[in-house]
Ligand binder design. Sequence first.
Ligand SMILES: [Zn+2]
Length: 586
Amino acid sequence: MHQPLVRSLSCLLLAVAIPALAADKSDKKTKTAEAEVPAWEQPQPAVEKIDYTMYARIREEGLQHSHIMEYASALTDDIGPRLTGSPNLAKANAWTRDQLTAMGCVNAHLDDWGEFGMGWQQLNTWVRMTAPDTAVFIAQATPWSPATNGPVSGEAAWVNIQDDKDFDQYRGKLAGKIVLLGEMREVPPLDKALFDRYTEKELDELAQHPVSERAGQDMQARLKAYLQRTRMADKIAQFLADEKVAGVIRPSRDGNHGGGSGGTIFDDNGAALGRTPYKRETAVKVPVVVMAIENWGRVYRLLQQHVPVTIEMDVETKFTGDHEHGYDTIAEIPGTDPELKDQVVMVGGHLDSWIAGTGATDNGAGTVVAMEVMRILKALNVQPRRTIRIALWTGEEQGLFGSRGYVKEHFGYAAPLTTPDQQALPEFMRQTRPLELKPDQKIISGYFNVDNGSGRIHGIYTQENAAVAPIFAQWLAPLKDLGVTTITMRNTGGTDHLSFDAVGIPGFQFIQDELDYDSRTHHSNQDVYERLQPGDLKQAAVVEAIFVYNAAMRDQMLPRKPLPHPELRQQETKPLPGVFPGAVEK
Ligand SMILES: [Zn+2]
């Protein structure tokens, strides 16, 4: 080719290639720069793409063709209470796995979160007074109580130990006795409805974020009180065992609005003796029951009047293994978008419950709502862009064990300190090392949890994640007619979304109507199918399905808060140095 021509051609080519190369290079640079920006920090759209057709389809499937109450009856009436480690919970794990497979989810399996402790179940419990009068009492065994090995009868004795100085007055005097342990409490008249729904005014208030004067200052005091309480509980349990009492009867605590009366008994770790009665090494050695306050009060008043009382009780319980493992039920609807299918949206709630009822509102409700979400999406043959994963946790009631175990295994962990002072605390209260994250912490867009009873959804807690608020506001606008109106920046605690929040993954709990949850059903013998409100549960499944669907379909992952620093938790805010001009050197 003609030299000058070649030259000009090559120059031309160069003139063309260099900027193209440069453009390609900068393109690559932006791409890598973009790649380095975490997906959840990508710019968020001002306006969400709302798929109104899908909203309508999910409403129709969830409100007109619901299966939620079938799931609820099978879980509560057929399987029953699901204490962690118990045979019933093993049944529930298998049943939920198989139901999720049957509705078309894939990869349904049980995820082992490690050794929990003892398996236990209550077979039968009765308590009666035989003198001065005969009376049948309302009582049940407390979780992990040993058996009486047949009916035992004994003289009733009131024992009230609040601190160390109280032990001596009872030492050597309680052998063979049936001990009424604790204090009589006020039993207020039921002058307010036990069943409650949010008013608009209350929802408006909830949307405000009050700044507590003492924010952060209570931690130490709460820790101290917790340590004192649990230390005493362990000591009392050992003392009563050493005294060889025949049995222990605790008064049921109260519920909101006086709900802890009229035959309702709350039977959970608060009723059990000892901090970790589910571990063989700290097992309770004496049979313990919790009794209706009216029955407990009758015996208490007689003893106050020095009237001899004889009680007969039979606690028939069974330990089904000392080293039971805990399992979470996991299943998926796979993502279909090549770009996004490896990202995941999670939904769930805890499957375990306490024992006195059938764990219907806590947390059968959150379990069947999450199952119904998956059923609705499968029934509509939704092709989510991101994978949708359901998780039904266990061990929640003992300290979020199932969700914390899963998060530790897959996303990240802040190892608790092991210094002697920290060892005395339960793991979730301990100071920790800095958070160590795992690669999959990056792929979870968000986790949605239901665990506040059977009430319908009115909105969502953003856990102080300001960036999601405008997104959620657009998602719930078309649901106003279903009563979904409220977004609050507040945190809400005490359940499994916290395990995700702790490693920087957006975890959310919904705002639900209170109904008779804290007043009557939460951890009580009244926590049964009849306390579930079908209309509320259908509504909750529709709302949660829409949130999960939107999160699975939008282009961006949900925005995140700054990464938490658990190692800084509990550190008191120290006064700033040099603030007081008049301060003299010490
Ligand atoms: Zn719960």
